[in-house]
Design a protein around this ligand. Sequence first.
Ligand SMILES: [Ca+2]
Ligand SMILES: [Ca+2]
Ligand SMILES: [Ca+2]
Length: 427
Amino acid sequence: MRPYRGIGGEAAMRGVALCIGAALALGIMLLFAQAEEQFRLHRQEVRDVSYPLVTAGRGYYGAGAGKPDLLKGGPKDAAEALEYYSIPLQGRAVLFALEWGRRPRLWADTDGDRDLSDEQAYEGRAVARQGEGFLRRLGRALRRSDPEEVGFGPLSLSFQGGPATEVAVQVRELSRGHPSLMARPAALRAGTVKFGARSCAVALVDLTLDGRYDGYFTSGWGYGSDRLAIDLDGDGQFAPGYPASREVMPLPHMLAVEGRYYSLQPAADGFSLRVAEVTPEFGTLDVGAAGAQLALLSDSGYHELAAAGAPWKLPAGRYSAVSVVLRQKDQKGGEWALSCYGQTGKLQDFSIKPGEPTVIEVGPPLLGVVELDQAPGEVTLGYSLQGRADEVYAAGAFRDEEQQPPPGFKILDEGGKALESGSFEYG
Ligand SMILES: [Ca+2]
Ligand SMILES: [Ca+2]
Ligand SMILES: [Ca+2]
């Protein structure tokens, strides 16, 4: 092969190697990606403020101190005093103005030009809630007694020709005359998707409010990612749960449906989802503690690992443990359980490598950790247990699902004399 002019032989060889690499990768993809299918999703507005799929995307914002300096022009026909807010959307601070009068109105800088004189006013309306009839809603709106009674939108925001973000805004009046804004996704994408022979209802939520529906899970609890919901058991609902449940999770790259794995590729605007069966590479996870059960978030979905299956075979990728539960039987046959939720130590961010075991030991020997919290005239002692992966278990064990009395304590002076003793309280 004759190298291109200006490209040296070595670069050309690198080019050839790249081509071969790309061809190989394509071959592997073709081998594994069988029968890719694309499914259409449609826009579905979410009016219910308590709908579990959007509650995770709520953010609360207090009013700023007066009119922002950078504001070019205020709303044209505002009659009453305005409260100004700044809400981070699509990586920028977006200005909002609220007229909190008898008929609340809201203006948003929907095009990001820091000018509200070019914006329309949104009229406030009573917020809909699941299972609440019109009359009750009206009564609540008239009484103005509920902290979340007025809603605006959906508002569509788009900056410099970028994707549109749809947000709904609610006003929460913390105390009389001190409203704060709550913003959340106003709509989602929904449809029916086939995984092999199985059809499942699916929803995608732009939880990051950047106008895109393809923000995959990266690490941790998935705060920076979008969300996938899938009705795996076909009961017509998405099992709620945060940060995840079997049916709702940070958007994974692939997901198991009836024992087979499928890659998931949403279009950026969320109006379609490509699905293809894939054959993942597996590694194993060993936590070195009999009776441990784990809940994991990952780029292959949400995994609930039962003690009986350890060490567990898992698709290679990145993981974050949500919880660790230790179970052990005593001599009388009673089962003790200790729970760690959230503070999962070394299991908070780890990887499973193809064909390799990953060993992260949890559980006993446990280290009792006493924390002192000093306030004027008062010292509070906190007690927790720490396992080998620095995972933290809440004080108090359960025996046969019943909570056991909290541990006792004794405070000794330097000579070993007891100064104080007592027991911890659950709090
Ligand atoms: Ca504007
Ligand atoms: Ca997003
Ligand atoms: Ca379901």
